[in-house]
Design a protein around this ligand. Structure first.
Ligand code: DC
Length: 242
């Protein structure tokens, strides 16, 4: 009824006062690293939306729910609790109904599954509320593919990171190797290219820079430099934020 609606509008306009730093881009551009650094130094919340898509796809796949099974998708969302906890080292631990599944979803297989389910409109619309609910004081750093375009269109600052395919594959390789995944550089190059193509070409919320995003190529620059630039831009925006 009307009362419901106006109450919802109130809480939305209140949460939209909470500043958001949206960082989008394909895999291996440094979104996660840059985002977790800034969240940590500012004491802001961190939303790794890719982890949410990975966890959701993992649970759906495990329960044999096909991407086009809308009833199944809705039921899964109602019955499953997805929890994310940032450890001291800045890693995000992923739990599905209390079960720790980080290692099971972090690899490229997990990425492929996530990308497949992420193309389904019903999945995206179910996951939007989880993502928006993370917008809490004193601020939120959100990384993903559609943070600036769809989930937080009024973000305080939108960043879109890019890097050459070779460098992105090398970064993913180092990252996965350090977590003891069995990967090859050649294999990753192909898998990342395929996933980006799928993410960029889907009809709903494709991977694309928001028209008001600041695009930064991270190919030839160190992570510290990028963090400094993004954090500096954020400070400027926050000064005018009221
Ligand atoms: O960021 P990541 O590599 O962990 O994301 C895994 C997949 O999840 C990615 O290939 C597409 C999907 N995804 C998405 O569609 N939208 C997001 N905001 C984040 C991830």
């Amino acid at each position: 009824g009307r009362c419901e609606t106006s109450r919802r509008e109130d809480s939305m306009s209140m949460s939209s006062r909470v500043p958001v730093l949206a960082i989008d881009g394909p895999s291996g551009t440094g979104k996660g690293t840059v985002g977790s650094h800034i969240a940590k130094t500012r004491g802001w919340h961190l939303l790794d939306s890719g982890a949410l898509y990975r966890a959701f796809a993992f649970a759906a796949n495990e329960q044999g729910i096909a991407p086009d099974d809308i009833e199944g998708i809705n039921a899964l969302d109602r019955e499953t609790e997805f929890a994310f906890e940032t450890t001291v080292s800045g890693e995000v631990e992923i739990r599905v109904n209390g079960r720790e599944v980080s290692m099971r979803v972090r690899g490229e297989q997990g990425g492929r599954l996530a990308s497949m389910y992420a193309a389904v409109p019903a999945v995206r619309s179910r996951l939007i509320k989880h993502q928006r609910s993370r917008r809490q004081d004193p601020g939120l750093v959100a990384d993903g593919r559609d943070m600036g375009t769809v989930v937080f269109p009024d973000a305080t600052l939108k960043i879109f990171l890019t890097a050459s395919p070779e460098i992105r594959a090398q970064r993913r390789y180092n990252q996965l190797k350090s977590k003891d995944f069995d990967v090859t550089l050649r294999g990753l190059e192909a898998q990342i290219a395929e996933r980006d193509q799928q993410d960029a070409s889907r009809a709903v919320a494709p991977l694309v820079a928001a028209s008001d995003a600041v695009v930064i190529d991270t190919s030839r620059r160190g992570i510290g430099e990028i963090v400094e630039e993004v954090d500096g831009l954020l400070s400027i925006r926050l000064r005018d934020y009221d």
